[in-house]
Design a binder for this molecule. Structure first.
Ligand SMILES: *Cc1c(COP(=O)(O)O)cnc(C)c1O
Length: 355
């Protein structure tokens, strides 16, 4: 068995991969593949309804909000979010926690004014800057709940009278959230929900249509709501596989249950990083992510040995992001505690063999 710590696309449960692969040959025994039938056919409409329903159920989405499965990744989400919420001549307040927030800021600037209320740039994005205030005239406050690259995560999510927009790509479904606190949540599927190819939007309906802008059809969330997330051909395989993943999560006991397991996994790994003199954590202790654990060796001369050891232990995908270096263990929902234990064992072993 390979221990898959990949940052994205991410690990999926074996049973999800099994069912997804069967559906490509013969979808639910209909003698046709999932990817060769009309998205307007009954079997697929059921998939779409079920997937959207599971999101609502697992996250307790209130009736004020709607759930969509669209395309373009979170990267188009940066622009889509601004297009739907940034008023003509208005202003968006942005929290900058690194690469993804910066990209969101870049897209918003194409449309209007951006106020960066806090930035971790000066300290290499190792810590979330939480000393900020949202200007009273801001149309919304945008933040990234978990920085996938630096391994820094909001420990508690903010609340505000100002509409909140959050890129939750790398920690959606990892912990309980209060959806009604948000005007918009968007998340690329491939970190913690499914394969690449679809992006989840959860949007408060009332707040749409107030920017005074002409929005291109595909970027207009109201259009997608009116069409029940079927404005155009949806990415059927990505949505189906996400649906399977959400069923898996529901069977496990839902978000509350996975949050407990995620806490155990993170604690196990951070404890080793803190106790083992050969390692040190990258992100500030107060901002540590429970999804992407970043760390470095305290003595770089052990790198070749460590790399050889984890590779031998069937561990995959822990090389740090090219902009940070070191190591990053992504411990998303589908990664079992036993895989974290396997990594911890190698870290302990390194201390023994180099002593
Ligand atoms: C990966 C990631 C993105 C980019 O997602 P794409 O689907 O590749 O566009 C955006 N935000 C966060 C937090 C991410 O982790």
């Amino acid at each position: 068995m390979v221990h898959n710590f990949s940052a994205g696309p991410c690990i999926l449960p074996q049973e999800v991969l099994q069912k997804a692969s069967e559906s490509v040959k013969d979808f639910n025994g209909i003698g046709l593949s999932l990817i060769e039938i009309s998205h307007r056919s009954k079997p697929f409409i059921e998939v779409m309804d079920n997937a959207r329903g599971l999101v609502k159920e697992l996250l307790n989405v209130p009736d004020t909000h709607e759930v969509l499965f669209l395309q373009g990744g979170a990267s188009l989400g940066f622009y889509t979010a601004a297009f739907n919420f940034l008023k003509e001549n208005g202003k968006g307040a942005y929290h900058d926690s690194g690469t993804w927030s910066s990209k969101a800021i870049k897209e918003a600037k194409l449309l209007g004014n951006v106020d960066i209320v806090a930035s971790g740039k000066e300290n290499g994005y190792t810590e979330l800057m939480l000393d900020y205030s949202i200007p009273s005239d801001a149309d919304f406050f945008h933040f990234t709940s978990n920085n996938t690259i630096y391994g820094a995560q909001w420990q508690t999510l903010p609340t505000s009278k100002c509409p909140l927009i959050c890129d939750m790509s790398s920690d959606i479904f990892s912990r309980e959230i209060n959806v009604s606190d948000f005007a918009l949540i968007y998340a690329g599927a491939q970190k913690n929900m499914g394969p690449a190819g679809t992006v989840l939007y959860i949007v408060e309906k009332e707040l749409l249509g107030k920017t005074g802008r002409n929005i291109p059809s595909y970027l207009d969330l109201s259009v997608h709501i009116d069409k029940d997330s079927m404005f155009n051909t949806p990415p059927v395989f990505a949505i189906y596989t996400s649906m399977l993943m959400l069923e898996w999560l529901k069977d496990l006991g839902g978000v509350k249950a996975i949050e407990k397991i995620n806490n155990q996994k993170a604690e196990l790994l951070y404890n080793e990083i803190d106790e083992n003199p050969l390692f040190k954590g990258y992100a500030h202790v107060n901002s540590r992510s429970k999804m992407n654990v970043t760390f470095t060796l305290t003595d770089a001369s052990f790198q070749a040995k460590f790399d050889e050891m984890w590779s031998k232990a069937n561990i995959n995908g822990i090389k740090g992001h090219r902009s940070v270096g070191g190591y990053r263990a992504s411990i998303y929902n589908a990664l079992p505690l036993s895989s974290v234990q396997a990594l911890v064992n190698v870290m302990k072993e390194l201390a023994t063999v180099t002593a």
